[in-house]
Design a protein. Structure first.
Length: 151
């Protein structure tokens, strides 16, 4: 995420295309952009007034993304000062996947959203469908839930 570039986000088609060199399975990953994601992207565009290519740029020259350890370190520092139990960014992935399940979103779609490598013969060799409509619907459901508050 820290390496995300503005050029990867197509606001017209409402898609974020992650390139293979940044995915574990070395394949393109298409993530539908929800209304909430587009709103956040607009805010990041506004904040990033220096016209750097990264959503989360590091300071200094040449332009480069934030180091991958910056967010986990910031989270741990916040937890220490606030008294919150420590957690990591990976905990967010687990929480989102769990909460989406509670909303009735099928595991197969949650796996697609998180770009988990599906290694069964059918998926690996035959199923080339991108599941964009299903992923978009699931992410819109999640976005609506976030906007209106989790229980």
């Amino acid at each position: 995420m820290t390496e995300a570039r503005f050029e990867e986000f197509d606001r017209e088609t409402r898609l974020w295309t992650l390139p293979p060199e940044r995915t574990k399975n070395k394949r393109y990953h298409l993530v539908p952009l929800t209304a909430l994601a587009l709103e956040t992207l607009e805010k990041l565009t506004y904040i990033n007034s220096s016209q750097r290519p990264y959503l989360f740029p590091a300071r200094g020259e040449p332009p480069r993304p934030q180091n991958k350890s910056t967010l986990p370190q910031a989270i741990l520092a916040y937890c220490r000062t606030s008294g919150m139990p420590p957690w990591t960014p990976k905990d967010l992935r687990r929480t989102v996947k769990t909460r989406m399940g509670e909303l009735g979103i099928p595991k197969s779609i949650r796996d697609q959203i998180q770009n988990h490598a599906l290694v069964d013969v059918s998926t690996k060799h035959y199923d080339r469908y991108d599941y964009l409509p299903e992923k978009r619907e699931a992410l819109e459901t999640w976005g609506t839930r976030l906007k209106h508050g989790l229980p």
